[in-house]
Design a protein around this ligand. Structure first.
Ligand code: AMP
Length: 146
């Protein structure tokens, strides 16, 4: 998929927002939702999305929605820092398939990083699909820091 296209109401993140598939919530407000990535690149890998914007990517997105998503990104990154004490936090966002985007509802990645760990993005996460119970336990640790 290129930078241009029509928003698909059945994309995975739209289905999460519609309550049709589960996610491990970290934080939610009227305009944004943050949840753990199911194929984490690092421990605590989180995503932030807008609840109302139908932007596929950054170039499509309303400035208001972008500001809301970034404010939530900062909140969640702060809670992750308190919970997991990483050495660094990477914020990433991909636009178009050639840039690595696979889900076409704008999302921001929050990746806690530790000294000495690999820095890249592995296909399908570092260890494949995470165990839902382990994700929920991790989410509890992070949620306790808001
Ligand atoms: P991107 O490559 O920027 O489009 O990232 C999409 C991200 O969504 C990847 O890191 C996937 O592991 C993640 N992902 C896919 N399906 C789900 C899901 N059901 N719940 C949470 N994260 C997901």
């Amino acid at each position: 998929m290129s930078l241009d296209g029509t928003y698909d109401d059945a994309n995975i993140f739209a289905l999460i927002l519609q309550g049709k598939i589960p996610s491990t919530t970290l934080y939610e407000d009227a305009d944004t939702l943050s949840f753990l990535d199911i194929m984490p690149q690092t421990r605590g890998h989180a995503l932030v999305i807008s609840k109302w914007s139908k932007a596929r990517n950054l170039l499509d997105m309303e400035d208001e929605a972008l500001a809301e998503v970034m404010a939530t990104t900062k909140k969640v990154a702060t809670a992750i820092r308190k919970a997991l004490n990483p050495d660094g936090i990477q914020i990433a966002q991909f636009n178009g398939a050639p840039a690595g985007q696979t889900i076409f509802h704008l999302h921001v990645h929050i990746l806690p990083r530790w000294e000495g760990d690999p820095k890249g993005f592995a296909a399908h996460g570092a260890g494949g699909k995470a165990d839902p119970e382990a994700l929920e336990a991790l989410a509890q640790e992070i949620r306790a820091q808001f």
